[in-house]
Ligand binder design. Structure first.
Ligand SMILES: Nc1ncnc2c1ncn2[C@@H]1O[C@H](COP(=O)(O)OP(=O)(O)OP(=O)(O)O)[C@@H](O)[C@H]1O
Ligand SMILES: [Mg+2]
Length: 453
């Protein structure tokens, strides 16, 4: 939900959406069912109440009709009545009919039917019956004409069934809804799990073309999607392999003509031109050998094995210190003394060497940090930071591209070809991690290599 003024009710995830719709439908259906059931039950309750009411009315009537007319008012006063009942005798019911409405037909019919069933000698049966309701007092009024034409008027409050019946029913209803909702959530999560798996696999493929294929099982649609995905991944892999092969083949074949040209250059008369020519050829050769290295790394299928990353980092730093003794005291490591991770050791060492040698070349020193992490989906981080000029943000994407070097690089003569960062990033991605460039607020560049735990 967003609280920026507008609250979003429509959930984003497929699972939540489906569960939301199905549960909403369930609640509507349940409520309708509950309503229908309640109406039905209320009808029954009302009919039962009407029967009881009629029986009472008829009891009073029989009592009176069997009493001589003269004694009736006195008798009426003595008949025990249930609470809420009122009785009187009258000769004229016209005023009664003015302020009332006819009772609902089902009630009237039911009362009449019950009256017919009441045991009475035929000569004592009521001649006329009026059944009305007083909307103001919500009373139901029954007027029965006696054989002597006077009327017995009996009124009682209308039975009013409670709308929502017992608490038990409500609890059962809620329990059922909650159980069904839980079942729906579970089923929907299960059904949408393959979609998440597919998304994760696509994400992994983007980082590592050699990622293991998806299992092609489960429901037929999911299996078909997984199979299609695996076919696509295999095609991409073949495509990448072909390109890599092409690259290394060209690199390889260029070596011979370069060697021949170098021999020919030796015969050049002009010393200056010869030196330039040899310099160019040196550059070409180092590009070719870097290209071959690049291809070798892309093609290598070095297996993952557990190694001590902390140890590896210290080794790389030591070797870098040996190679450039001037900077040996500007190399530092911080982090745990030992930390085992599953990596491709040769490739990982190359990636770290590239980052550390960059930090030394362009930043005059390297501060290496290992930030560990544990738990599902967590990433550990290796940070290589320096105090150099950093990398202008607009060039951060460019320096990740092969053969891209920044014009501002101070040590042009260090002879790099611009493959260090792309190789390091390829290696990080082949491990399911990544390489991110940033500048430190206090100055200098910081390369962060992440690896899944
Ligand atoms: N730590 C750093 N600080 C400043 N600039 C850097 C840093 N690391 C890399 N760069 C810039 O990014 C460019 C590309 O780096 P990359 O490692 O890919 O190639 P290279 O170092 O020039 O050559 P190679 O690594 O192939 O010998 C470098 O030329 C440099 O300009
Ligand atoms: Mg480099």
């Amino acid at each position: 939900m967003s609280f920026g003024g507008r609250v979003r009710l429509w959930p984003r995830s497929l699972g939540t959406r489906t569960a939301f719709v199905v549960i909403l439908g369930l609640v509507v259906v349940q409520t309708l069912g509950l309503g229908i059931h309640t109406l039905d039950r209320n009808d029954l309750v009302r009919l039962a109440a009407v029967r009881v009411f009629t029986f009472r009315v008829m009891s009073v009537y029989r009592d009176l009709v069997e009493t001589p007319a003269i004694d009736r008012p006195a008798r009426l006063g003595r008949i025990p009545l249930p609470t809420g009942f009122a009785t009187r005798l009258t000769d004229d019911i016209t005023p009664l009919l003015v302020n009332t409405v006819p009772a609902p037909p089902p009630i009237r019919h039911s009362i009449l039917l019950n009256m017919d069933n009441f045991p009475l000698p035929p000569e004592l049966r009521p001649q006329h019956v009026r059944i009305v309701a007083d909307p103001d007092t919500r009373r139901q009024i029954t007027a029965i004409q006696m054989p002597d034409n006077s009327w017995l008027v009996i009124s009682s409050r209308l039975p009013r069934p409670d709308a929502l019946e017992g608490v038990e029913f409500l609890v059962a209803f809620l329990l059922m809804t909650v159980l069904a909702a839980a079942l729906i959530v579970w089923a929907v999560r299960r059904l949408t799990a393959p979609v998440r798996t597919l998304a994760a696999a696509a994400e992994r493929l983007g980082r590592d073309v050699n990622a293991p294929p998806l299992p092609e099982d489960g429901p037929s649609e999911i299996a078909a999607a997984a199979a299609a995905f695996n076919t696509m991944a295999a095609r991409i892999r073949r495509f990448v392999d072909d390109r890599t092969l092409l690259l290394t083949a060209i690199g390889h074949d260029l070596r011979t003509p370069i060697t021949r040209m170098r021999l020919r250059a030796e015969f050049m008369e002009d010393d200056e031109q010869r030196a330039k020519m040899l310099g160019d050829l040196d550059e070409m050769e180092s590009m070719v050998s870097a290209t071959l290295t690049f291809g070798r790394i892309a093609a290598s299928n070095e297996p993952l094995s557990p190694i001590d990353l902390a140890e590896l980092l210290r080794t790389v730093l030591d070797e870098a210190g040996d190679a450039s003794p001037d900077f040996a005291d500007k190399l530092s490591y911080s982090g745990p003394d030992h930390w085992t991770a599953r990596v491709r050791p040769q490739a990982m060492k190359r990636a770290l060497t590239n980052l550390i040698s960059n930090a030394i070349k362009y930043g005059d020193g390297a501060e290496v940090r290992l930030i560990t992490a544990t738990g599902q989906g967590a990433m550990l981080r290796i940070e290589v930071a320096d105090n150099g000029p950093g990398i202008p943000p607009e060039h951060m994407e460019r320096v990740m591209q092969p053969f891209q070097r920044l014009e501002t690089s101070r040590n042009r003569e260090t002879g790099g070809v611009g493959l260090g960062l792309p190789i390091a990033r390829d290696i990080a991605r082949a491990h399911g991690g990544d390489l991110v460039i940033a500048n430190r607020p206090e100055g200098g560049a910081r390369m962060t290599l992440t690896l899944p735990v």
